[in-house]
Design a protein around this ligand. Sequence first.
Ligand SMILES: [Ca+2]
Ligand SMILES: [Ca+2]
Length: 433
Amino acid sequence: MFRSVRWWLVAFAVVASACTGSATYGATDHRAAQAPASMAFGNPDAGLSGLELARFRIGDRFFTEPWVPAAVGRDLERDGLGPTYVAAACAACHVRDGKANAPWAGGPVVYRIAGEAPPAYGIQIQDRAVPGVPPEARVDVAFVEEPFTYPDGTRVVLRRPEVSVSAPAFGGEIVDLPGTVRSAPALIGLGLLAAVPADAVIAYADPDDADGDGISGRAVRVGPDLGRFGWKASKASVLDQAADAYLRDMGITSPLHPRQNCPGPQEACGRAPGGGTPEISADRLAAVAFYASTLAVPERRDPTAADVVAGEELFDAVGCTACHRSVLPTSPDQGWVGGRVVHPYTDLLVHDMGPGLADAAGLEATEWRTAPLWGIGRVDEVNPYAGYLHDGRARTLEEAILWHGGEAQAARDRFVALDSADRARIIAFLDDL
Ligand SMILES: [Ca+2]
Ligand SMILES: [Ca+2]
């Protein structure tokens, strides 16, 4: 009974948005109501035209199907994997368009050197390679337990990752360099985030905390553009992020990165055959970026349920919305994503999150982009092996909150000071997103 009521609400929302063209955020199409929960992130935005949907499907195919090694005398659509790589498909990390399997669940480990790139390896370690080419090194992640007790006596065991790099193929210096594990985020609503006017983001920045509320927030500049994507907002566009992923994660060259990822001393890598020049064309790269930009944000499940409403009020009252902003506009002149009001629960700014989440020494090591929270309640249904936070360390939303420090310390402390029923309400609200 309840379920069918919800179905009609969703159907109504789709019809309404199709008529007015002004859905609030990412209304999914009606199939979402029937599709399995694990597919909640895989739907195209309801605003796409027929032609755009066709492009979405092409992008989907290239996002999902794995690449294979190149071989001399063979020309396939998706050959050219590596020579060194981390995974063979976008979908191997962004599982069903959601988060990656966490390192504690055997997921692919994206390991980035924090600081200057060692010339023999480059900024990221590729721990796999095609036959005949040595992988750069082996990366293992272990977890150290850090028990935590609430004032009311409730205990939670937090876990901090500890990375060890071994079997370095091109010199041992990387074994001791500081680095950072990066978990693949869910890819919903990115076209909407791309369409938020830079001014609306910069308006929330307060780098010197002029208003003295303990929250600063810095807009990241990438050349003339605003950095919006990645855990440190280091990419201005989904296309840049996709081209980077092709080269660095999969070893696929593109018009943006035409040279294979084979640093000087890696001779076997340099000699290995390629899969074309470049290996992915501009058209296909653009289709994949389009796909990754147009995945719909799922409808909220039950936003008027009493606990969810109370949880949202508490979320605001303890100060979560100082960073996880609930309302942002998109520019009117942005086609299918334009002129909307979106609820991403991010300000797209980077904040000092304290030493507990730092990935190295130095000023920027503690800075992370406020993670968007839309869809966060579906993450574990889309992929039960997913982890939260930039390195996937948190197994639950509660653990993720307890890791907040730095500018978020006060909000975290107010969360900790709540009684268990109110903490559960905040989690119920997050789970509804
Ligand atoms: Ca290649
Ligand atoms: Ca490398």
